[in-house]
Design a protein around this ligand. Structure first.
Ligand SMILES: O=C(O)C(=O)Cc1ccccc1
Length: 301
């Protein structure tokens, strides 16, 4: 049976490109076949996995310039039964697509907020007076460009070709070194990854792949306790465990209360990390472990 893989639509965007890389890699390494299922938002792609409508989702998690993709972090926290299977690191090159004859005729530029942010220097320099309009995806506005000659979209060269639209400027991201990390997300087979104080960590070890290099987790700490975050970080520092990312997000319960997302350079099954997580439980309110996984560069696929 074919695997079904959700991603942000419409067709031609970076998430679909990452999903295609994943499918190629999967077919090469396991001969498994897959079909792609576009969804209108990142959150809906992830929810489709949690609800069992598809087996996997490929979603952007973090960009080297703009940081975490908040919609992905929020959905991973809110839904209970998700696991990261693999991370894919993909270079991102933005182009300006428009049917306008020159830049001077453009009045509005559409794109995903991450793409608008990654090109803000270029936009300020070459299109300082245009309106910037956020869309769910870099490809969402492409269909209206043929009829609106004063509109442009920031998307990819692949999208321009797919929609048969002209590229007015290429490589418009402010930094040439622009990478996005995507996560391949599945259901967590043990169906519960929210670790509460009385849950056994042993149970959690089922979600680890034995050769995986990274582990991701998120936790909340009790509100208004001095040093609460410092204590959690000291657990890793004392055991010499390297963290590769830490991000905070509001809990959305009250102003000034945060969740923390952490990536760790270790496998969940390593005894040292098991000790760290056991200790971490004593300092956290809710701890969610998203599993251990490998990181693949799309250059090698
Ligand atoms: O809209 C897209 O193309 C996406 O896949 C989201 C996104 C936007 C910008 C950089 C990376 C991913």
């Amino acid at each position: 049976m074919n695997l079904s893989i959700a991603h942000l639509g419409p067709s031609g965007n970076h998430s679909e490109q990452a999903a295609l890389f994943y499918v190629n890699w999967l077919t090469k390494t396991t001969r498994e076949q897959a079909i792609l299922c576009p969804y209108p938002s990142i959150a809906q792609s992830i929810r489709a996995v949690a609800e069992g409508k598809v087996q996997l989702a490929v979603v952007p998690a973090e960009n080297s310039i703009e940081g975490s993709v908040t919609m992905t972090m929020d959905a991973m926290w809110q839904l209970d039964n998700l696991q990261i299977r693999l991370a894919l690191v993909m270079p991102i090159v933005h182009v300006l697509i428009s049917c306008a004859t020159d830049l001077g005729n453009i009045k509005i530029v559409y794109s995903h907020p991450q793409a608008l942010a990654q090109c803000q220097g270029w936009l300020e320099r070459f299109l300082p007076n245009v309106q910037l309009m956020a869309t769910n995806s870099t490809t969402e506005a492409l269909e209206r460009l043929e009829t609106d000659l004063s509109a442009a979209a920031i998307s990819s060269e692949r999208a321009a070709q797919l929609y048969n639209l002209p590229t007015l400027a290429s490589g418009i991201n402010d930094r040439p070194e622009n990478f996005t990390r995507f996560w391949v997300v599945s259901q967590n087979k043990i169906s519960q990854n929210k670790v509460s104080q009385n849950k056994n960590l042993e149970e959690q070890s089922l979600i680890s792949q034995s050769d995986a290099s990274h582990t991701s987790l998120a936790f909340s700490v009790a509100a208004n306790v001095p040093g609460a975050l410092a204590k959690t970080l000291q657990v890793f520092a004392h055991l010499g465990i390297n963290l590769s990312r830490i991000e905070s997000r509001p809990t959305k319960r009250s102003l000034g209360e945060y969740l923390f997302f952490i990536d760790i350079e270790a496998n969940f099954k390593e005894p040292l990390l098991q000790s760290a997580l056991t200790e971490l439980l004593t300092y956290t309110e809710v701890l969610k472990i998203f599993g251990s996984y490998n990181v693949l560069s799309t250059d090698v696929i």
